[in-house]
Design a protein around this ligand. Structure first.
Ligand code: CA
Length: 229
């Protein structure tokens, strides 16, 4: 278990130092991100053995990050421990529903955190979760990385698959092109030319999902929204 990399996404500097010290004492390698976007990017790039995720973060919330990591083929099996402030019971529940493996309430003892990390790592090496996202006639099989319409497989690219997953997970909410870019492509500060990439992929995706394409709504000069149950 030694030398495994833990990514810690947290904006409170004093907790960061304390936790980092304790984890390094246990032989872990520790990566730190203090902002949501940067944390997500680092998670996708560095493929850590586990992500320690604070809920309240600048730029992108821990819940958004959790959701995105669990949808991404590269990180969907990466265990996540959520760190919540007191009195955010509903976030805890949402976090666990989104696939977080465990949570701890602040303030916590570093020693207990280390014990939890070890337990979660042990468990994650044993199980292979199965997950399917459903909406209307769409089924996104995260385990097989397969899109099905009315039960029939439809060929999509990895990016189209992730885009659709993020849209479905955020249904009813408008997602800007910048947010979609940073989630699917991992660009932090996207420029105009790059946002067209999103439009292009949405266009391709719409062609492939038949009648369900109506549910990917273009919100003029903002981005996209997925409508429906
Ligand atoms: Ca925080």
């Amino acid at each position: 278990m030694a030398n495994e990399t833990i990514l810690y996404i947290e904006d409170e500097k004093n907790i960061v130092e304390l936790v980092k010290y304790n984890l390094e004492q246990e032989g872990f390698r520790v990566l730190i991100a203090t902002k949501g976007n940067a944390g997500l990017e680092l998670a996708l790039k560095s493929k850590p053995a586990l992500v320690l995720l604070d809920l309240m973060l600048p730029e992108m919330s821990g819940l958004e990050i959790c959701k995105t990591l669990k949808l991404n083929e590269k990180t969907r099996l990466t265990p996540i421990i959520m760190l919540t402030a007191k009195g955010t019971e509903s976030d805890k529940v949402i976090g666990l529903e989104l696939g977080a493996d465990d949570y701890m309430t602040k303030p916590f003892s570093p020693r207990e955190l280390v014990a939890r990390i070890k337990a979660v790592l042990r468990r994650s090496q044993e199980k292979l979760p199965e997950e399917i996202l459903r909406s209307g006639t769409i089924e996104l099989d995260i385990t097989k990385h397969e899109l099905r319409l009315k039960g029939k497989p439809v060929e999509v690219t990895a990016k189209e698959f992730e885009l659709l997953g993020i849209l479905i997970c955020s249904k009813g909410r408008v997602l800007t092109r910048e947010v979609l870019l940073s989630k699917v492509w991992g660009y932090e500060n996207s420029v105009n030319i790059e946002t067209r990439t999103v439009d292009m992929h949405i266009g391709q995706l719409r062609k492939k999902i038949g009648k369900e394409a109506e549910r990917i709504v273009t919100v003029k000069s903002v981005g996209y929204r997925f409508d429906g149950e």
